[in-house]
Design a protein around this ligand. Structure first.
Ligand SMILES: Nc1ncnc2c1ncn2[C@@H]1O[C@H](COP(=O)(O)OP(=O)(O)OP(=O)(O)O)[C@@H](O)[C@H]1O
Length: 936
């Protein structure tokens, strides 16, 4: 059928041949990614149907039958032209997209006709390769040759699949196919002939057609594809016709579906990339291309094929669908508004191939025989018309949610497995660390017990040696004292009959009694008091005592030397007097003139005596002071219960002990004597003396007096507290400040005095002293004083605001256990008052101790090796924990662990029970313990 588009005799050029030099049309590059579904297929390029013509070589029969005829076909492949001779002098010239001579190889035909279509299909377009031509002209040869014997003879189907399989990625992409034939207007499944009436389903929205009843086979390799083609071929109806012994009487359609997942390379789920990938997660693109290879039945005219009966019906049916196809192509070529697609099954199935979105290549096959010139001309015209059909290529691309979800599921499974593995590793590691820790704790405990035993032994040895040494020295001193006592007795007897007991003897007795008392106290404490078992306590005890004893003995020695010197002088004097008396008697006998000179001598003697008495009083005061100082180390023995840093436990105080034993406290008597003789007022005035030694002696005396509860009121009434505070303020001498602080600490045991101290800015003075002092004993006194003040409920806020707690905490810089135990006592006192006030509802809010930063020190020392410190701190922790408002700070500060330890391990049942009660009654502690899986 010649149309306006074709041309003859070289005068008539086919339209739209600008691209005819190549089968390749301009398609968007395959790697262009659409940013959103809205743009899919947007800007679709036009794609004219490409048409090539292929001439079959003459077969044996033609060689013979046509020998006498001239060739009717002349090919000009370089010009892509074909000349069809009309007669000896005239021919029609047709131009195609490609012209293949009878020598054209299968490879070249594939590469020119089909390969561009196959590549488009890989890029997500639909593609059609169709062969049209008269029976026996080589359609099946061109499309369906398997090339079993000669691989170079492989047809378009085999080569297409080879290319497809080579280009896809087996992990992400897939190829599946259906193989069908249309025979007598029914669609049959060539892969499963039982399906012999497959219906066409059309998508109302898109207009896409599909064949849900057809068998779809997935292709993984070339071999399986060849097998399927063979199966299909076997089922294809073939009938002998006059024209072709193996003529295909049906239209065969191979439908290949290619699904490709387009990844932009960001699908690396490695741990480093994972979070980034998840943040920018988007599904991969899925391109769905469909390749249809159509091997049409022969297009010959019925009369020529010699069909009769059924054959005739067959031929009619074939011609019906072919003519329907021709009509559609005509309509499309002429841009007709109506395209009769629905006229046949073939045209319905090829709806997308002509005038649709597919990239279509048509190869028209012709034979060389002039006997079939008419058929050949008709075939050529069909090709010419098809060249005018324009398709609008459209990429079939969509988001591949299914594959994304599959991949994410796989990733999740991988992560779950990984997590499980890590959890197991973590559990094993935790268990290993726990066992290791248990082992170490057991080892440390063993070591500790061993070391403790060793230290205990050492201390006991040390103690025994010290006692022995003290006994020896005491024996020596006693001997000396006895001698001196006898001498003194003689002197007194001789010198002043009936004047009372010799003071020296009294002093010696005092000293002996003191030493003996010290011994008994040491022994008593060592074997009775539990805290004496502490290693550091024993160390400090012996350090202090050894130093104190040495000092004391040295002082006693010098005192005794002095005493004996004085007595020697007195003896000499008496001797002198005696001799003078003798002389005087002699002189008296001689006359009254000697009387007056004797009186003068007596007056002189009386002056001397007075002077001696003064000196004895001074010595007595020094002796009293020495006694006090000798008592100080013993005070440390009583730290366990003492609120008084100077005296320790009152019941164990040597002074008290002596008093209760014989009721004649020699030392107290001496101080009382002094106090009575000189007067408290006088002593207090000496605190302001310009003479430093007088000041020291005076403060020592006041401190000693303040240690006695009975004197405290008198001292305060006489202004002693003010004077002592003044000493803290004015004197830089650390000894003075130490003793003054000690005295203040003693006075601070009384509630009324505590208020007075606060009223006179005593806390600030104590705080300054705490900052300046370096000596541990000074710090102990100051800490003791503040600790006493901490126990007063009324003074809490003021004490804190005037820097009391800070001063207390500042003193922990000195690591001396005596100081630390006073600090701990102060903190415990303070915490107890706070707890009481909170319970009574008189205070609310966080502990001032926590506010002032005491918690870290408390937690650090909750398990201090010195039992006294530990006890105070444990109590402080229990008091703090009684109020929910402190709970969070305590948990974050690590106090919960200590409370748990106390509730389990504290040796004192009452503290243990208190800690347990506190922990179980606090909901905050309870929930934290549940979280940490701690059970009390
Ligand atoms: N280019 C060619 N070179 C060599 N032999 C060919 C060529 N084309 C076709 N033949 C041979 O011609 C014969 C007929 O070819 P083929 O069966 O492919 O024709 P057909 O067009 O498919 O016929 P039908 O429409 O009846 O199926 C076959 O024997 C085939 O081998």
């Amino acid at each position: 059928m010649a149309t306006g588009g074709g041309y003859r005799n070289g005068s008539h050029k086919a339209p739209n041949l600008r691209n005819s030099s190549s089968f390749k049309s301009k398609l968007p590059p395959s790697n262009v990614r659409r940013s959103s579904p809205a743009t899919l297929g947007g800007g679709a390029p036009s794609g004219r149907v490409r048409v090539a013509v292929r001439l079959r070589p003459q077969n044996a029969e033609e060689l013979e039958a046509d020998a006498d005829f001239a060739d009717c076909i002349e090919l000009q492949p370089e010009l892509k032209r074909l000349k069809l001779r009309k007669n000896n002098w005239d021919s029609d010239t047709y131009e195609f997209d490609e012209v293949f001579t009878e020598f054209a190889s299968q490879k070249r035909v594939y590469e020119v006709v089909a390969k561009p279509v196959v590549e488009s299909v890989l890029d997500g377009y639909n593609g059609t390769v169709m062969a049209y031509g008269q029976t026996g002209t080589g359609k099946t040869y061109t499309l369906g040759r398997l090339g079993d014997e000669d691989t170079s003879a492989r047809g378009i189907m085999v080569r297409s699949m080879e290319d497809l399989l080579a280009k896809i990625s087996p992990e992400t992409d897939s190829i599946s196919l259906s193989y069908l034939q249309i025979y007598m207007e029914t669609i049959q499944d060539l892969l499963n002939p039982v399906n012999d009436n497959i219906s066409i389903v059309e998508d109302q929205k898109t207009g896409d057609v599909s064949l849900p009843g057809a068998t779809v086979m997935e292709i993984r390799d070339q071999q399986s594809f060849i097998e399927l083609l063979r199966v299909g071929e076997d089922h294809r109806f073939a009938a002998n016709t006059k024209l072709n012994t193996e003529s295909s009487r049906s239209h065969a359609l191979l439908m290949v579906h290619v699904k490709r997942s387009i990844s932009d390379g960001d699908n690396d789920f490695s741990p480093e990339n994972r979070s980034l990938l998840i943040a920018n997660l988007r599904p991969p693109m899925l391109r769905k291309g469909k390749l249809i290879v159509v091997d049409l039945a022969g297009s010959e005219r019925i009369h020529k094929s010699g069909s009769e009966g059924h054959m005739l019906e067959e031929a009619k049916s074939i011609n019906l669908s072919l003519s329907a196809l021709g009509k559609c192509i005509n309509a499309l070529a002429e841009n007709s508004s109506h395209v009769p697609v629905r006229d046949s099954k073939l045209t319905r199935l090829l709806k997308d191939s002509f005038g649709g979105t597919s990239r279509t290549s048509l190869i028209v096959t012709i034979g060389p025989s002039p006997r079939h010139r008419g058929e050949t001309a008709s075939t050529i015209l069909f090709g010419q018309r098809a060249m005018k059909v324009e398709n609008m290529l459209k990429i079939k691309e969509e988001f591949d949610y299914k594959s994304l979800s599959k991949r994410l599921e796989m990733e999740i499974d991988k992560l779950i497995a990984e997590n499980e593995r890590q959890q197991k590793v973590y559990e094993n590691e935790t268990e290993r660390i726990r066992l290791e820790a248990q082992k170490r704790v057991a080892e440390a405990e063993r070591n500790y017990v061993e070391v403790l035993e060793e230290e205990k032994m050492k201390c006991q040895m040390h103690y025994m040696e010290s006692i022995k040494m003290l006994e020896e020295r005491w024996a020596v001193n006693q001997q000396k004292q006895n001698i001196n006592g006898e001498r003194s007795f003689l002197i007194q007897k001789e010198w002043d009959k009936g004047k009372g007991k010799a003071q020296g003897e009294e002093n010696c007795l005092c000293i002996c009694a003191l030493v003996s008392e010290m011994k008994s106290v040491y022994l008593q404490h060592l074997f009775c008091a539990p805290e004496i078992q502490s290693r550091s306590f024993l160390n400090s005890f012996f350090d202090i005592n050894t130093a104190a004893s040495t000092e004391e003995v040295a002082e006693l020695k010098s005192f005794l030397q002095n005493e004996s010197r004085l007595r020697k002088t007195a003896e000499e004097e008496i001797q002198n007097l005696k001799s003078q008396l003798l002389k005087f008697s002699e002189v008296e006998l001689m006359g009254d003139t000697g009387v007056s000179s004797f009186q003068q001598v007596l007056e002189e003697e009386s002056r001397q005596k007075k002077k001696l008495e003064e000196e004895v009083r001074l010595l007595r005061s020094q002796l009293a002071q020495l006694s006090i100082e000798a008592n100080q180390p013993r005070g440390s023995l009583n730290r366990g219960n003492s609120a008084n840093p100077l005296l320790g436990l009152n019941s164990l105080s040597p002074l008290n002990h002596l008093r209760t034993r014989d009721g004649s406290d020699g030392e107290r008597a001496s101080i009382t004597n002094l106090h009575e003789q000189v007067g408290l007022q006088k002593i207090l005035s000496l605190l302001e003396s310009d003479d430093a030694s007088v000041r020291i002696h005076a403060v020592k005396v006041v401190a000693n007096l303040a240690a006695e509860e009975a004197n405290q009121e008198k001292i305060v009434e006489a202004g002693g507290l003010t004077s002592l505070l003044m000493l803290l303020r004015s004197y830089e001498d650390e000894t003075v400040r130490r003793i003054a602080a000690g005295a203040i600490a003693n006075l601070a045991m009384n509630e009324a005095n505590q208020e007075l101290i606060m009223a006179q800015a005593g806390i600030s003075l104590l705080a300054i002293t705490a900052t300046d002092a370096e000596d541990s004993q000074t710090l102990r006194m100051v800490a003791g004083a503040i600790a006493n003040l901490c126990g007063n409920d009324k003074l809490q806020t003021r004490l804190r605001s005037e820097g009391g707690i800070k001063a207390l905490l500042g003193m922990v810089r000195c690591r001396h256990p005596d100081v630390l135990s006073q600090v701990a006592r102060g903190i415990a006192n303070f915490a107890k008052c706070e707890s009481r006030a909170s319970t009574q509802g008189t205070r609310a809010g966080r502990s001032l101790l926590i506010e002032d930063g005491a918690l870290p020190w408390i937690v650090q020392n909750a398990n201090n090796e010195v039992s006294l410190i530990r006890r105070h701190v444990e109590l402080a922790l229990c008091h703090l924990a009684q109020h929910e408002v402190n709970a969070k700070d305590m948990i974050s500060g690590g106090a919960l662990w200590e409370l748990v330890r106390i509730s389990r391990d504290c040796s004192r049942e009452d503290i243990r029970a208190l800690a347990r009660r506190t922990l179980t009654s606090s909901s905050i502690f309870q929930s934290e313990m549940r979280r940490l899986r701690i059970e009390v």
